[in-house]
Ligand binder design. Structure first.
Ligand code: TYM
Length: 328
């Protein structure tokens, strides 16, 4: 039987090329020979303050983005997390087999809470819900970018602790981390590309061409002398190039770099053109999907399929833990 894959993404506006190259491209590829469950994690998004209407629209927009990138709702289950309440139910149970100490060591929590006036308990418990997302479907493989690897380690510990306390039930999920797992900001190549850092720090998959051109052209390339080592900005441009251009183009530019004849303005032009060759068809597909106007139906059908699996697994978990069955 095909292995089950699970992954999730927060509905925070729009997809950026870090998400795309680091995760979504793998999500698409895995559909060929895996049983895939893909989730728009709106419960995770409310760990920080977000306007309700903005959140709702963002979930729908994220679904459009994902389908435009190649997620096929006929082959994969695509749904919004809050449509399947078993996620939060399992998260409570997992919270009771998660070590408080482990949660305090999560670097993402440290980063996201640093300097904030209000830090929600939800933000602290975030990785517990993530473990519940994956294990609710007993998924074995999880395609993610590098920043999620620590959360996956915790998911494995949670699975192990549950299994040793209540009996073997959950697999220990492993991350699938491919090329492009850590795309950096073009404006500040020593920090990872993300939406939270602001407009200048990410390139949207659906962003207008003129705006992308501007961001690529103004990418930071040199941060002072570093000896023979390639500067982080140039390395990041080569990384994006490798993910979007043909191997001969990459090899040629690498040769020029090694010979000391590479003009960064040329490198940037090639990166921009190669990137647009990847993004243009996705943007066109996105426009078609908006015109079709049936994304909410697609999500409802996905949630129904997801819930069928979730309900049955939760029924067994309740029994194992000694809880009562759900009221009808
Ligand atoms: P999120 O929404 O921040 O990101 C979605 C995916 O994109 C990857 N990613 C990157 N990859 C490469 N370079 C970057 N600069 C970059 N930025 C983001 C992320 O690693 C991720 O794979 N906690 C998760 C969502 C989640 C989840 C799950 C994931 C909730 N439940 C269960 C897997 C399984 C998150 O916030 O991802």
């Amino acid at each position: 039987m095909a292995k089950r894959v699970f992954s999730g993404i927060q509905p925070t506006g729009t997809l950026h090329i870090g998400n795309y190259f680091g995760a979504i491209r793998n999500w698409v590829a895995l559909q060929e020979d895996h049983d895939c469950v893909y989730c728009i994690v709106d419960y995770h998004a409310i760990t920080v303050e977000v306007d309700p209407q903005v959140l709702h629209d963002a979930s729908i927009n994220m679904a459009l983005d994902l389908i435009a990138c190649g997620i096929d709702p006929e082959r994969s289950i695509l749904f919004v997390q809050s449509a399947v309440p078993e996620h939060t139910e399992l998260a409570w149970i997992f919270g009771c087999v998660t070590s408080y100490g482990d949660l305090t060591r999560m670097t993402q929590f440290k980063d996201k809470s640093a300097g904030k006036k209000f830090v929600s308990a939800g933000l602290f418990n975030y990785p517990v819900l993530q473990a519940a997302d994956i294990l609710l479907y007993r998924a074995e493989e999880v395609p993610v970018g590098e920043d999620q690897v620590q959360h996956l380690e915790l998911s494995r510990r949670i699975a192990r602790r549950f299994n040793s306390r209540f009996g073997e039930f959950f697999p220990e999920p492993t991350p699938i981390v491919g090329k492009g797992a850590r795309i950096m900001s073009l404006a500040d190549p020593e920090r990872k590309m993300s939406k939270s850092a602001g407009e200048a720090h990410y390139i949207g998959v659906m962003e207008e061409e003129a705006s992308i051109r501007k961001k690529v052209r103004s990418a930071v390339t040199d941060l002072g002398p570093r000896g023979d080592e390639m500067s982080p900005g140039v390395a990041n441009l080569f990384e994006i190039l490798e993910l979007s251009a043909d191997p001969e183009t990459v090899a040629e530019l690498r040769r020029e770099y090694a010979a000391g004849t590479l003009m960064y303005s040329h490198l940037k032009d090639v990166v921009f053109e190669s990137l647009m060759r990847v993004l243009r068809p996705i943007q066109a597909r996105r426009a078609e999907l908006v015109a079709a106007g049936n994304v909410e139906e697609i999500l409802a059908a996905g949630a129904e399929k997801a819930r069928r699996i979730a309900r049955e697994n939760m029924r067994q978990v309740r029994e194992m833990v000694g809880l009562f069955p759900c009221a009808r």
